[in-house]
Each structure stands twice: as structure tokens, then as C-alpha cells.
Design a protein around this ligand. Structure first.
Ligand code: AVJ
Ligand code: FE
Length: 442
């Protein structure tokens, strides 16, 4: 049950803000000022832009909107407005230099914690159950994932290290390749998760016919069979725009892969290593996921199918918060929070399985779905149109489940991410599905 005790809410809000800031410091403290201000890829901002943007959003929402305090640095709002400046032009802006950016975010945080102490945490939608504080912790963690993508694109020796993720225990023998999810209605989205963002709301019934879904995400080894079968040279497997992408950029394998003789290697945070066959495939566009699924005689799951697989409990008929139930994620459930800098091998995290036995829906890799990013029936933009509403439409595809780079505060069975179908630098993989057909539709 979500707590309404203001002291417990304050402690939780302070804790998630602190966790986010530790991550931000880790990602911005391991490189020098030159690296912080450089643009490592035209697809990404300089790290120092993300840093001050985190502080600027916190200033706007927690100090000004919640706290009613005067603006600290109104002069820099336009520089850190993501809509005014596309990423490619951010290096040429008069950004706060690293030392000033660090000072700014620390100053904002000190005042934000004062606002948290003084806020009643009820009585207005923005502060009910600490929403704005949860939203700002989620925002910082989303930029921490973005900064990790920048680290992956950065050239040069490794600066980040982390322990290896757990391996599957294999005790129960080999897993079935797919799981049948029975047909019928289920509850999609949420009206009760206190920190759910606008696009996850409201809860509504969805009819989802029976389907089969892969027990685990598609592995590098499985994807390699598609590559070696000439998948990238065979027009049959590709959508029209997917084929255009392959030919325009001469795509032959996932981003960061390269072939040396008969061996496939990949670069991961500054280290070149053999592609591990049993790890979920990463750094594929939606078009590559779609083509692989067609080659395999299957398809991507729809967003509703993905959420039903992740939340529907056939024993109770209820939708749970996570595949394993309603409890918050622990390190035994899922690979989240940048504790490891790679996905765990497929079949890991038995404790995180759904009641039907689907694994690794949460954590490891974002999963592309077949669906466009659209509002749920009854959607209302909150607290600002630029979070979700301006992105609704056929241009963006939905990703679900979170990756190893995502903190638990910004990951739930209802959480929706979206991106352009050409994107490959994000920590995205996928799993496949198929219709169950009339014999099991019951
Ligand atoms: C939800 C991940 C697509 O990074 O563009 C960050 C999150 N929104 N700042 C993004 C976000 C505003 C957003 N995604
Ligand atoms: Fe942002």
C-alpha cells in the first residue's frame, strides 16, 4: 500500500534524490573538464549540459513551482531548454563551465531539500504523495541513463567499471522457449501508482487475445544467426523504411559490433571483447528488431501484450506492479540501476519471473514493442505537455521494461519509454511473439 505518512514520504523522496545525485556524480566525476564539455557524438549533449539541465529542471519544479521561491538563475533557462536547442547545437551554447555547473546543482539541491521539509505533500496534485520530488528524481535518473549512453559513445580508454551481473542458475533445467499468455481483458496502465508519469495513466481495461511470447530476450547468439544467414542483405525481412536505413548506412550488425576474421567483437564502455552469445542483444534499432522477428517467423509484441505478460496474474486476474508482484525491485529481481554495466545472460533472475514464467521483463535491456507511442483513453498531460504529449504519434515506437542503466525509481510494469525507430545507441534489445491461433484462443 502506498504510504501517506508525510515523514515516510519525505524520507523516501530525500533518498531517491540522493541516489540520483550519487549516480550523476559518478558519471560526471570520472572524466576531466575537457571530456565534460566535449561533444562525443552529434546524437548526444556534452555531459556538462546534462548536468546543469538536471539542476535547472529541479530549480524550475521544486524551487519555483513547489516552493514558490524566486528564480535563482532565470538567465540560464533558455540554454537548458531541450526544445529550444537540439542536441547537435548544445556544444556551441554559453554553457556553465564544469565547476559552475557543479556549484549550481548543489545549490539547487540544498534549497530543494528545504522545500521538501516545508511541503505538506498533500493538497495539490503537484505535491500529493511527493509527486514533484519523485518526478525530479526520475528526471535526473533518465539523464543519468542518457549520460551513460554518452559514455558508451565516447572514444578512448575505459573510465567506468562495475562487477559482473549474475549468471542463470540453471537449477530447474532448460527454460521453455516461449510462454502462452491466455486471452481476455486485463488492466493496463495505472491510476494508483503515486509517482507514475502522465503517459502511464489512467488504468483501463484492454482486451488482449491469447499470444505466445519469448521466455527471455533475443540473445546475441540468436541474433548472430540472422546476421550470418545474410539477414542484412535480404530485402524480404525488412519494412520499407528499415531497408532504406540498412542501405543508406550500410548496416551489417548491431551498433558497436565489428567482425575480425570469423570472430565478432564489440566495444563496451571503452573495452573491446568477443560478443557474448548468451547475453541479450543490445544496440539494435526498431527496424532491425522488426526484421529479425520476420526472419524468425514471428513478430514484435504489441505494447499491450508486453504489459500483460509483465503484469497480469492469471491466479488473481489482477495486474501487479512488477512481474514478480507488488514489491519494489531488489538486486535479486532485476538488473537495474547501473550496478552492472551490461545485461545479465538470458535466463538469469529466476526471482524476477512472472507467474507464467517470463524472465527479465524488467531490467537488462529496453524492449522494442510493435506499438506507436499513443495516449491512453482519458490521458491528461501533467504537469507539462512537453514530457509526453508532444511526442505522441506514429513517429515514435514504445520501449518497455528498462535496462541495466535504469534506476528502479524510474522503472515499473507500467513505465513507458519511446524513441525514433532508427535509434541504435540506446540500451535497447527486444523479444518476439506470435499469435496463439484459434486452438488455444479460449
Ligand atoms: C522518456 C527517455 C524519452 O530522455 O528524451 C528527459 C526523458 N524528458 N528529460 C528523454 C526526459 C525530459 C525522455 N525519454
Ligand atoms: Fe530533461
Amino acid at each position: 500500500e502506498p504510504t501517506t505518512d508525510p515523514e515516510a514520504l519525505r524520507r523516501r523522496a530525500a533518498r531517491v534524490l540522493h541516489t540520483a545525485r550519487e549516480r550523476t556524480h559518478a558519471l560526471t566525476g570520472c572524466v576531466d573538464d575537457h571530456d565534460l564539455t566535449a561533444q562525443h557524438s552529434p546524437l548526444m549533449s556534452p555531459l556538462v549540459w546534462d548536468l546543469a539541465h538536471i539542476g535547472n529542471q529541479e530549480e524550475q519544479w521544486l524551487l519555483r513551482a513547489v516552493g514558490g521561491r524566486p528564480a535563482l538563475r532565470p538567465d540560464i533557462d533558455p540554454i537548458y531548454d531541450a526544445f529550444e536547442h537540439p542536441r547537435a547545437e548544445r556544444p556551441s551554447l554559453p554553457l556553465l563551465p564544469p565547476a559552475e555547473a557543479r556549484h549550481y546543482v548543489a545549490e539547487v539541491r540544498g534549497r530543494a531539500l528545504e522545500v521538501l521539509e516545508a511541503s505538506p505533500l498533500h493538497g495539490a496534485p503537484l505535491v500529493d504523495a511527493g509527486f514533484a520530488f519523485g518526478m525530479i528524481a526520475q528526471h535526473e535518473q533518465q539523464h543519468d541513463e542518457t549520460m551513460l549512453i554518452t559514455h558508451q559513445l565516447r572514444r578512448g580508454p575505459a573510465v567506468l567499471t562495475a562487477p559482473e551481473p549474475p549468471r542463470p542458475d540453471g537449477a530447474a533445467g532448460p527454460l521453455p522457449t516461449e510462454v502462452l499468455v491466455p486471452g481476455g481483458p486485463f488492466t493496463m496502465g495505472t491510476s494508483t501508482e503515486p509517482w507514475a508519469l502522465d503517459n502511464e495513466r489512467p488504468a483501463h481495461r484492454r482486451e488482449v487475445p491469447a499470444f505466445f511470447i519469448d521466455t527471455v530476450p533475443v540473445s546475441n547468439g540468436a541474433y548472430l544467426r540472422f546476421v550470418e544467414d545474410g539477414g542484412y542483405r535480404d530485402r524480404r525481412w525488412w519494412s520499407g523504411p528499415g531497408w532504406d536505413l540498412v542501405r543508406e548506412h550500410d548496416l551489417r550488425a548491431p551498433l558497436f559490433w565489428r567482425q575480425e576474421g570469423r570472430q565478432w567483437l564489440r566495444r563496451r564502455f571503452g573495452v573491446v571483447e568477443p560478443v557474448p552469445a548468451d547475453e541479450p542483444v543490445l544496440h539494435v534499432s526498431w527496424y532491425e528488431a522488426d526484421a529479425y522477428a520476420r526472419w524468425a517467423g514471428r513478430r514484435l509484441p504489441t505494447e499491450a501484450e508486453w504489459e500483460k505478460a509483465a503484469r497480469y496474474d492469471p491466479r488473481s486476474g489482477r495486474s501487479t506492479r512488477y512481474p514478480w508482484g507488488d514489491a519494489d525491485p531488489t538486486p535479486a529481481h532485476a538488473n537495474l540501476g547501473q550496478r552492472h554495466l551490461r545485461p545479465a545472460p538470458v535466463g538469469a533472475y529466476a526471482e524476477g519471473a512472472s507467474p507464467l514464467g517470463v524472465r527479465q521483463l524488467i531490467g537488462d535491456v529496453w524492449e522494442w514493442t510493435a506499438s506507436d507511442f499513443l495516449p491512453y483513453p482519458g490521458f491528461t498531460a501533467f504537469p507539462y505537455r512537453e514530457y509526453s504529449q508532444v511526442f505522441f504519434g506514429p513517429a515514435h515506437k514504445v520501449l518497455r521494461g528498462g535496462s541495466f542503466a535504469v534506476d528502479p525509481v524510474v522503472c515499473r510494469g507500467t513505465f513507458r519509454n519511446w524513441d525514433l525507430p532508427v535509434r541504435r545507441q540506446i540500451f535497447a534489445g527486444f523479444r518476439t511473439a506470435r499469435d496463439a491461433g484459434p486452438e488455444v484462443a479460449g
